[in-house]
Ligand binder design. Sequence first.
Ligand SMILES: [Zn+2]
Ligand SMILES: [Zn+2]
Length: 423
Amino acid sequence: MAVYLCPECDLLQNAPPLAAGSVVRCARCSFTLHRARANSLDHTLALTLAGLVLFVIANSFPFLSFQMQGQITETTLSTGVFSLIEQGKWEVALVVLFTSILAPGLQLALLVSVLLPLKAGRFSPWLAQPFRLFRHLLPWGMMDVFLIGILVSVVKLTDMATIVAGVSLFAFVVLIFVLAAAQSLLDPELVWSRVPLKAPVRLTPKAGELALGCETCEQVVPSRALQEAGLTDACPRCGSALHHRKPRSLQRTWALVIAALMFYIPANVFPIMTVTSLGSEQSDTILSGVLFLLHHDMWPLALVVFVASIFVPLLKLLILLFLLVSVQLRSRWRPVDRTRLYRITEAIGRWSMVDVYVVTILVALVHLGNLASIQAEAGAVFFCAVVIITIFAAMSFDPRLIWDASTPECASGMQPSGPLVRG
Ligand SMILES: [Zn+2]
Ligand SMILES: [Zn+2]
């Protein structure tokens, strides 16, 4: 029997070993506890190797080129990062570099470094460390959002110049799908099940006993066994810190939500970029960027940018505020729905990066002096801060707190019950 401790509602459950293709969902909050994959090692390894080749191509050849009145600017994937640094916006440059190049590249490299020895039958337990790092990097790869940023940028420039796609762009688009497929076909148990465990921590928690679940590798350990093994707060399998609840979750989330709300105002009031075209200057805020797209009858893109840049950050902050207040008032109102709301904030936050990428791409493409140039402005820095801070705020909120008030008898000491298994 495999034991699961739901990371979102803390319900202890056990299930028989899964057939390939089956999914285990939490019986209480329907969180996906585990998804078993057939031939996971072969499929994931093949996709990851293909991804590495595509990653090298995407970073080595021209990405987009900008042609205006006989002048051509050619860019690579990383040109925008350097242009932002030249303009003194290094904070934004670092975020863009990390989310669009470093995180996806590291994910691929770490995955290959773990899966190749596994395939060759030479797995050693220390490989749990690069694999753990890979798991931590998952939320930070945002190439798909970058692609939407490219679409918006190209539309914005169609009146001004001709934009030509380079080899890298095609490799980049294929890479997005290859990496997404590799991530979804990967069964993490492939790696975790090879890590040897000391005898006491292999025990299944007894009814009524306090157990801790690892947020990285799903290992469930009775806290008594943890003390016996001499491990007080580290996961015996992957080494991540184990917490009954995320430490100081409410204080941290409050602080981050308040900081993000404060930055939200300058992010929307200050211009995010200044466009110089034939000597005349025009500053754009996030909202005026949306209006520009509307005036050019690009309402689907206008809607995308409005939702991603204005609606989503505010919605996310309001949901987090609601969750914080409801937890502090020890509300018992609809814990399942509140857990779902939390899941929404985790999923949508990254899409707000679209406008940050648009600024990066425009700054990289358009620098022909007085003829045409685009400068990143302070609004972009504040906006980037809002997006990153809200992502951290959602990460520091512990959804198990929602359940603590609703069903105190259902904390992790509960009698194990069967989760929902679907083939
Ligand atoms: Zn649950
Ligand atoms: Zn672990």
